[in-house]
Design a binder for this molecule. Structure first.
Ligand SMILES: Cc1cc2nc3c(=O)[nH]c(=O)nc-3n(C[C@H](O)[C@H](O)[C@H](O)COP(=O)(O)OP(=O)(O)OC[C@H]3O[C@@H](n4cnc5c(N)ncnc54)[C@H](O)[C@@H]3O)c2cc1C
Length: 408
């Protein structure tokens, strides 16, 4: 497809969050370009599993369903999880969430990130007002009157009324526009791998809190589990160097045998973890979303889910602005998006931060207090159902798409 030079909206970053935003705007007939440095894979070897997976909430599923993407995701392969078990290795604190206590057949789905991205890009190709530009790197962003111009590495330049940066945690667009971040490293890495276990995962998401951080086993459609093991950075580095047999031995001991023997591991990778948020989500004709706006600890698997809510919220306010005949770059609507999402994201990431710190504590009074807290939540049905709804992304103030309603 020939590259048009001017768009109403350009989204930089075609990961889960950017591609979802493009899809929502495209459904409303908004002239949008989605750019990424890469060309996402649409096909891969059968039986292989992406190292990166996400536990997607009901709210996220609603967004993807309303955009007509979910069926493709399911066809490519997902694993519904019906139970969630969280326990403390140091004390007797325990939490158990069961979908039987909700009105749903499952609590959520474990989806490989490549499956979500490929399904979104498949859908984007069917939307006439969307142009996907892969293998495109942005070098510079300029302000030209009431629009923004992006200069690309290959010499092209493209203009838009609104530029949306969904280019990940180390967003170069964010730096180019001069939006500062607040944050700190956790000095922890999230070590990920695909593991074959002796016992069935029972369609349950398991999480054990250990001294260095939580170890999660997420059920996969292949019967294997995807692990996210939070470790001190030095330990993660060391564990990446171990032989498969040595690594499996460490994992078996850390899992306390809950899934029996650890039989096989695939490739391993570790991601350094940070707490980080952008001090502003918007600038003139510019908005940030997803990890570019907020990076949080993965212990409750909420990063992609929060980004999908950003996508649904920004699309909703942009489409409303367009329907009201207002420019898409209107500061009023950009601020509305920022007010809607910033507080919610900060609350979510701060909660993850507190949980990470509380479980990192070894002082007996704190260990005892957190254990009592977990057991209280587990045993008081009303409190438990509030936690459950939150974990499933079902709270007040959700964008229309997250409530399965069209916003176009
Ligand atoms: C170990 C781990 C486990 C996690 N588990 C979960 C989970 O269970 N559930 C959950 O909700 N979240 C989870 N997360 C968080 C989740 O992975 C992220 O929040 C999510 O992937 C962010 O999506 P994004 O689209 O904002 O950014 P990214 O996925 O980082 O995508 C950014 C895109 O921008 C492109 N790009 C970058 N720079 C440029 C440029 N200059 N020009 C053009 N394109 C560019 C990149 O190629 C990429 O495609 C986890 C994170 C980690 C580290």
């Amino acid at each position: 497809m020939g590259i048009q030079e001017r768009f109403e909206v350009i989204i930089v970053g075609g990961g889960i969050v950017g591609a979802t935003t493009a899809c929502a705007l495209g459904h409303a007939g908004i002239n949008v370009a989605l750019m990424d440095i890469f060309n996402p894979k649409r096909q891969w070897e059968g039986g292989s599993v992406d190292l990166r997976v996400s536990a997607l909430t009901k709210a996220s599923q609603n967004i993807l369903e309303t955009l007509g993407v979910w069926d493709n995701i399911v066809q490519r392969g997902v694993c519904a999880y019906k139970d969630m078990r969280v326990w403390d290795a140091k004390a007797d604190g325990e939490l158990h969430f069961d979908c039987a206590d909700t009105r749903f057949n499952e609590l959520g789905h474990i989806v490989e990130n490549r499956v979500t991205v490929a399904s979104l890009w498949d859908k984007l190709e069917t939307l006439p007002s969307v142009t996907c530009i892969s293998d495109a790197k942005v070098l510079q962003i300029q302000t030209l009157g009431k629009k923004r111009r992006l200069m690309l590495e290959d010499g092209r330049s493209v203009d838009a009324d609104l530029v949306v940066a969904a280019d990940g945690r180390d967003s170069s667009l964010r730096s180019m526009v001069g939006i500062d971040v607040t944050g700190w490293p956790y000095h922890q890495d999230g070590l990920v791998a695909t593991i074959t276990t002796e016992k069935s995962h029972e369609f349950t998401a398991w999480q054990r809190f250990l001294d260095e951080g939580p170890l999660a086993f997420l059920p996969l459609r292949t019967g294997q589990c995807s692990i996210v093991w939070t470790l001190k950075t030095e330990t993660a580095k060391e564990y990446l160097q171990l032989s498969d047999a040595e690594f499996l031995e460490k994992l078996e001991s850390a899992s306390a045998g809950i899934l029996g023997r650890m039989l096989k591991t695939g490739a391993r990778a570790a991601f350094p973890l940070r707490f980080q948020y952008a001090n502003r989500y918007t600038d003139e004709n510019f908005a940030l979303m997803g990890d570019a706006a907020h990076a949080m600890h993965p212990l409750a698997g909420q990063g992609a889910n929060a980004g999908l809510l950003d996508a649904a919220a920004l699309a909703e306010v942009a489409i409303k602005a367009k329907q009201a005949g207002r420019p898409l770059s209107s500061t009023k609507f950009l601020r509305q998006y920022e007010r809607w999402r910033k507080g919610d994201n900060l609350l979510m990431m701060s909660s993850m931060d507190v949980i990470n710190k509380t479980f990192g504590a070894t002082a007996l009074p704190i260990v005892s207090l957190r254990s009592t807290g977990m057991n209280l939540v587990n045993n008081i049905p009303l409190v438990k159902s509030i936690f459950n709804d939150h974990a499933m992304g079902l709270r007040k103030d959700l964008p229309l798409l997250a409530r399965q309603q069209c916003c176009w």
